[in-house]
Design a protein around this ligand. Structure first.
Ligand SMILES: Cc1cc2nc3c(=O)[nH]c(=O)nc-3n(C[C@H](O)[C@H](O)[C@H](O)COP(=O)(O)OP(=O)(O)OC[C@H]3O[C@@H](n4cnc5c(N)ncnc54)[C@H](O)[C@@H]3O)c2cc1C
Length: 412
């Protein structure tokens, strides 16, 4: 029997699209090759960081990374590869890092970040989903005086920023040592436990009748004229009115529909552990110079870092874990970590921090929802809303203002 909407990929983008579409009365099936318990949408830091936080493609990003590389502290690395697409991506990244684009991207981030924060809040307050969600700011910690002073000079709005001395910063994060210079609290941001959110959302969707086909990989799209007629999975063949591809960093199916998106997998790591409660950071914190995030959750702390390009190897490489620990240890006192869980995953990264959203240019019933890079959790609710609106209300990319503003089909 022909299904209504099939969503391929059960990460945060697929599930939030399912959430919004079922609210619009659509009947939804999610097909996921794994079991929705350990993908990129689970192991990430959970920062909701859309406010006053520069995108990756900010002016100075490349020189800052080179400086850190020279100091041996860089979180970013590019593996040697013959992949021409990656070099094109890097060129586009360099070209996107301009002041004019930065201002526009920051405004878009705030718009879609606010919609997302409100939707997460409603999921907890109104729908009764039980996941760790806090709107208590993001503490940007600085380890270099010059960078701190330059940044602090611009943080004049007391509703958005609080500048904290070294001592005040240590009150927020008691494990810090004296090498830390100070911090800036970006007050409008927040954080969640992404794994808890995903599990609660899946439970909610199942109760609302959303069908989940798990451990089933979609191998092939089949086409008839200007439509996708069927998809073939490891277990069967399915037809649907509309197909959504929310497969994260894996663009295999998008390529079958003749797309070569400017997107690359960017590998990152997380370490999740228990520590003494009195040493836990009071809110989520990011070492601005080192790209290490520390997120407190109900019973554990999650530390994330690294941005490796040019690899699709999912294994956990000890050298990378050691380097995260070494970078952090420079600025913290020793503290005990218990029950450490190591994890790695891939961000679906576009060169200008703008996602890939909307109807396919060749196939009328195929919709793309990916390219959220390092901010998929931050924006997942608003992306679900945009995908729902373009399918159920506007029916075309050109008549959906959000897609015109926030999709790389129009802002490439
Ligand atoms: C270390 C790290 C830290 C991060 N920290 C943050 C953060 O603090 N805040 C934030 O906002 N974002 C963060 N991110 C980014 C965020 O995790 C991602 O942007 C987001 O999870 C992407 O969601 P997605 O649904 O697009 O992709 P995914 O979560 O990767 O989901 C895609 C799903 O599609 C499935 N799939 C793929 N191909 C097929 C197929 N052929 N058939 C069936 N299923 C398929 C995959 O199994 C996967 O489950 C971080 C990422 C990393 C790696």
């Amino acid at each position: 029997m022909k299904k209504d909407v099939i969503i391929v990929g059960g990460g945060c983008i697929g599930l939030m699209s399912a959430y919004c579409l079922q609210k619009s009365g659509r009947s939804v099936t999610v097909i996921e090759k794994n079991d929705i318990t350990n993908g990129t949408s689970f192991g990430n830091a959970g920062l909701l960081s859309a406010f006053k936080k520069a995108p990756l493609s900010a002016p100075g990003a490349i020189t800052d990374t080179i400086k850190l590389m020279l100091k041996g502290e860089s979180p970013a690395s590019v593996h040697p590869t013959f992949n021409l697409h990656l070099y094109k991506w890097l060129l586009k990244f360099a070209a996107s890092s301009t002041e004019a684009r930065l201002r526009r991207t920051l405004a878009l981030f705030e718009r879609y970040g606010q919609i997302s924060l409100d939707m997460y809040e409603a999921m907890v307050e109104d729908e009764g989903m039980d996941f760790h969600f806090r709107k208590d700011g993001l503490l940007m910690i600085y380890t270099e005086q010059q960078t701190f002073d330059a940044k602090a000079a611009h943080c004049t709005d007391p509703d958005a920023y609080e500048i904290l001395s070294k001592e005040k910063t240590k009150e927020y994060m008691p494990i810090l040592n004296d090498k830390v210079i100070g911090s800036i609290l970006l007050k409008e941001n927040g954080h969640i436990d992404p794994g808890e959110m995903m599990l609660e959302l899946k439970k909610y969707l199942e109760a609302k009748g959303v069908e989940f086909l798990l451990n089933e990989e979609v191998d092939r799209l089949e086409f008839e004229g200007s439509k996708v007629s069927k998809i073939r999975t490891s277990k069967g063949v399915y037809e649907a009115e509309t197909f959504i591809l929310s497969t994260g960093a894996d663009d295999k199916l998008a390529r079958q529909a003749k797309n070569k998106f400017m997107m690359t997998p960017a590998k990152g790591y997380s370490l999740t552990f228990k520590m003494n409660e009195e040493l836990m950071p009071k809110t989520t914190s990011l070492f601005a110079d080192l790209f290490i995030a520390m997120t407190p959750r109900k019973e554990t702390l999650r530390m994330t870092s690294k941005l490796e390009l040019g690899t699709t190897d999912p294994s956990i490489v000890k050298k990378q874990i050691d380097s995260m620990n070494k970078n952090l240890a420079q600025y913290t006192n020793e503290f005990e970590r218990r029950d450490v869980v190591e994890w790695s995953g891939f961000r679906p990264l576009t060169p200008n921090d703008i996602p890939i959203l909307g109807f396919d240019e060749n196939y009328k019933n195929l919709v793309h929802a990916t390219g959220l890079g390092w901010l998929g959790i931050t924006f997942a609710p608003s992306i679900g809303k945009i995908i729902n609106d373009v399918i159920t209300i506007d029916k075309k990319n050109e008549t959906n203002a959000d897609i015109l503003l926030f999709s790389s089909f129009f802002q490439g």
